[in-house]
Design a protein around this ligand. Structure first.
Ligand SMILES: [Zn+2]
Length: 110
């Protein structure tokens, strides 16, 4: 499953090996493929958006502001990429106000 190789480690720049990400998330991900799950203190694979469905690993908080991990992979990914950092939460808050967030079809923890 973990056949996506970071460009820094010689992975291809073809679309099958890349995922669209903002500069800040991309920088945090760097060449990591795994990270520590804070709940079990084990090293697990990061979420791979090209291979794994978002809804199996994450949901949104009821207000749409926070990514709520559902799995070890989800928890490790949220921590490594700091997916609930203040800046991005404020962007989500503005998007919620104009009904642009959460994305349609994403699970929300009601
Ligand atoms: Zn980002």
């Amino acid at each position: 499953m973990d056949h996506v190789v970071p460009v820094l480690e010689g992975g291809g720049e073809n679309i099958e090996n890349l995922a669209l990400a903002c500069f800040h998330c991309n920088r945090r991900k760097s060449n990591n493929r795994t990270a520590n799950d804070p709940e079990t203190s084990t090293v697990v694979s990061l979420f791979n958006p090209r291979l794994q469905p978002w809804s199996e690993h994450f949901t949104w908080s009821g207000d749409g502001l926070y990514v709520m991990p559902l799995t070890a992979t989800g928890r490790a990914t949220v921590v490594l990429l700091q997916l609930n950092r203040e800046r991005i939460v404020e962007i989500r808050r503005a998007d919620v106000e104009v009904r642009r967030h959460p994305p349609e079809g994403d699970p929300v923890n009601r």
